[in-house]
Design a binder for this molecule. Structure first.
Ligand code: AMP
Ligand code: TRP
Length: 344
């Protein structure tokens, strides 16, 4: 495999209610990675319209995710922050990948099955082709590392398959155009840490999600201290004490979830959490979790609120970021066109 410049890419959908799962599974890692990599963080509005969206809400959500990125500590001057629809190459490369990926690959995508539900005939074609667009997002920048939560693993594997098939199908042309043996890197998923799958606070078998009808199932990044405290106190637990060792979490998904959240927020492991709280009751643990969550998330919520009042600033960040993203994507797309045999 040829050597590629290391570059991080990830995306978050602007579909409302950014929550603790998005923060711990993705955005907190985005912040860490900026210390050692060149990073591109994208608000994926083209992905959002695979399901119906109200235009005014979509516009507000794009700004909200951008505000969350900045409030969490992403630096849009050093790195690139933009919304997907401003860079036409995403859609353009996605079309190419629609012709590279096989129907059989997309048929296996579990998220499509979940999101399409029973009435599959009525799902949008975009929802079905979504993983090809995601592959295009990453590969338009020939990004090498992709931080995501556990639920995106299968889509990342598909992106790797697309990259590999393109490299093989066009190997001769890729070599003839001076790119050696591979044009696209095989992007590596970064799914690490204590909270790659944060579960609902009401049901430890369900993922914390933007679309859960119960607001008590999740902690939103925009929640104030009182709301965070209420949600943690009401979070489902069981009647027993916290276990003293990890094995004690078997059949106790709610207990494990809260311990994982505490660990991730405090930069430690679940073992560490049990060293402090194992054998104790939930009310003591929950009080500590409230303090920790409020200390970590309170300032983020406050900064998001401040940024919300300045949409012109947010829009400026997106336009500027899109310009820098476009400069990279246009060059890569031109090379893709040459490799494919398009005249330009
Ligand atoms: P989405 O809101 O679906 O665009 O997700 C944005 C990012 O947050 C992706 O990297 C997801 O994998 C991650 N994510 C979403 N929900 C969770 C969760 N409950 N736990 C951990 N990561 C999550
Ligand atoms: N599909 C991702 C999600 O729903 C968002 C996404 C779109 C993404 N394009 C991406 C994530 C590229 C990583 C890389 O969470």
């Amino acid at each position: 495999m040829a050597k590629f410049v290391e570059r991080v890419f990830s995306g978050v959908q602007p579909t409302g209610n950014l929550h603790l799962g998005n923060y711990l599974g993705a955005i907190a890692k985005f912040v860490e990675l900026q210390k050692i990599h060149d990073c591109i963080y994208c608000v994926v509005d083209l992905h959002a319209i695979t399901l119906p969206q109200k235009p005014d809400e979509l516009r507000a959500s794009i700004r909200e995710v951008t505000a969350a990125f900045i409030a969490c500590g992403i630096d849009p001057k050093k790195h690139i922050v933009f919304n997907q629809s401003q860079v036409g190459e995403h859609a353009e490369l996605a079309w190419v990948f629609n012709c590279v990926a096989r129907l059989g690959w997309l048929n296996r995508m579990t998220q499509f099955k979940e999101k399409a539900g029973k009435d599959r005939e009525n799902a949008s074609v975009g929802l079905y082709a979504y993983p090809c667009l995601m592959a295009a997002d990453i590969l338009a920048y020939r990004a090498t590392h992709v931080p995501v939560g556990e639920d995106q693993k299968q889509h990342l594997e598909l992106a790797r398959d697309v990259a590999q098939k393109f490299n093989l199908d066009f190997a001769a042309s890729i070599a003839a155009h001076g790119h050696g043996e591979a044009f696209f890197p095989l992007p590596e998923p970064l799914i690490q840490g204590q909270a790659t799958r944060v579960m609902s606070l009401r049901d430890g078998s369900k993922k914390m999600s933007k679309s859960d009808p119960s607001d008590y199932s999740r902690i939103n990044l925009s929640d104030d201290a009182d709301t965070i405290a209420q949600k943690v106190r009401k979070a489902k637990t069981d009647p027993e004490a916290l276990p003293s060792a990890i094995e004690g979490f078997k059949q106790r998904p709610e207990a494990e979830n809260l311990a994982g959240i505490f660990a991730a927020l405090n930069g430690e492991t679940k073992e560490d959490v049990l060293k402090t709280f194992g054998g104790g009751n939930f009310s003591t643990f929950k009080s500590a979790l409230v303090d920790l969550a409020v200390a970590k998330l309170g300032p983020i919520g406050a900064e998001m609120k401040r940024l919300k009042d300045d949409p012109a600033f947010i829009d400026g960040v997106l336009v500027e970021g899109a310009g820098r993203a476009r400069a990279i994507a246009t060059k890569n797309m031109a090379m893709v066109k040459d490799i494919l045999g398009f005249v330009r």
